[in-house]
Ligand binder design. Sequence first.
Ligand SMILES: [Zn+2]
Length: 185
Amino acid sequence: MIRKIVFYPDPVLRKAGAKVEEVTPEIRELAEDMIETMYDAHGVGLAAPQIGLSLQLAVIDVAHDEECVSYLRVNGEEKTLEEICPIVFLNPDIETFGDKDIDVEGCLSFPDLRSDITRPFEVRAQFETLDGETLVIETDGLFARAIQHEVDHLFGKLFIDRMTSARKLAIKRQLKEMQEDYKQA
Ligand SMILES: [Zn+2]
């Protein structure tokens, strides 16, 4: 089932999500719905707060471009994106490292906004799966960026927080319009 995506400045986007303590049938269904909702919205990632649920659960699929990472290891084993996407992750813990990388990002909670965002190029992410396994993903490029973007959502952080002050100034009007639309909705 496709769920409704919430837009900025919905307060749920600013809340840190609770840990998913138990994978119930509802959590499985939620994860399936989030994958469906992400595809329907043509996104590469979606976090539970973006459908109004303050939980540490997110989905990502960047397998449309196998070249978007230069390496990918899952629990130390080389994998392809196709083998692991779409991926559902719960209760993540990430470390970032590597060079600062600038690339364009969008966010399904900001439908008309895209912006250059600087982030570290590589991540090591540990998280739980729906099957109760703990996985460690080491990767770079777009996948590392998507993981960082989604994990930010799980802790109430948004990509606008990572924009340069010049960029923030440039989009001030756009954010104000979103705030007005939200009040009227
Ligand atoms: Zn987002």
